[in-house]
Design a protein around this ligand. Sequence first.
Ligand code: LMR
Length: 389
Amino acid sequence: PFSGLSARKPDALLALIALHEADRRPGKIDVGVGVYRDETDRTPVMRAVKAAEVRLADEQPTKAYLGADGDVQYTALLSDVVFGSHRQEPRRFGLQTPGGTGALRLGAELIAHAAPDTRVWLGAPTWPNHAPIFEEARLKTATHPYFDMASGGIAFDAMIDALGDAAPGDVLLLHGCCHNPTGTQFTLAQWRELANLCNVRGLVPFVDLAYQGLGDGLEEDAAGVRQLLEAVPGALLAYSCDKNFGLYRERVGALWVQASAPGLTELVRGNLLALARSLWSMPPDHGAAIVRTILEDSALVMQWRDELDAMRARINAVRKALAAQHPALDAIAGQRGLFSLLPVDADAVASMRDSHGIYMPANARLNLAGLNARNLVAFAEALRPHIPA
Ligand code: LMR
């Protein structure tokens, strides 16, 4: 029955995890998949998460089913973190999803049901899973320029120019902060301009916020998104707790959809619940229960924020240290989040893997958290011969 299938390539980022695992060289460096690592090259479970898990193990009264919207208290408490003083918005409905990917896919399904001919605009480059998520939901995608390698910044004018071809109702995918893979972020003035563009051209922003707190701080990293949501009628926001709570494999996310009028919220809510029910029935509970347990307790919140601050400080210190190694790496100091794109090609990436056991995706996306005091100089030395003069 399956002979009609066509072969698919394995996901390159996930394949990298196995390749690094299989390498027996002692000095190997994993700067591939987007997972935070501390100075000792480990990804420990955050202390606030451990404390919440102990509490859950002792006190959780039941494992009985929740609804298709998952843990509603989790979503309510998380919306304080995401929206701050903008949390009361009657046009908005949010629900728990399996990771940020589940949120993106559920949002894509909602769009496909509302308007099947919608085109989704993605920047070049973007997270490699963005296009498949929308295309598997039967939506068309289009690409606009995003990154200017020469300056290490956003090609904002070229982006706005290309979006001149977008049609009313098209969706514009935006990274909320800490762009994956370039580490760039919109300024507040650029967020304002994007909101204006959406309003003038009738575009619907779909924000992917997967790194809140890893850039400049929890409030700072959400400021642009909050401003945008305030300024536009309708929008979607996919959220991930993978990185800022270190919950990766637990798959903890949320989707908020802002309808253009309060009267539409109930329609949106009903559709999201029906779609979620058919996709995963209800999201897995454990990770969201951990986040809820932390957010319910001010001492655990303080501990979580301290740990997140330390993660962010370390990443930004690595950024400075690496930028100091070569003038061509200058822009890395001002970029934010786990990733930057290195100014080298796929051959250089392959050669660094073969000769030095350095694991990066072919687009030369560097996970800064894979570097530390012991391997940073070795990494820079391995990179140096590949940087164009
Ligand atoms: C990454 O980009 O490395 C992470 O977001 C992990 C993933 O799911 O691809």
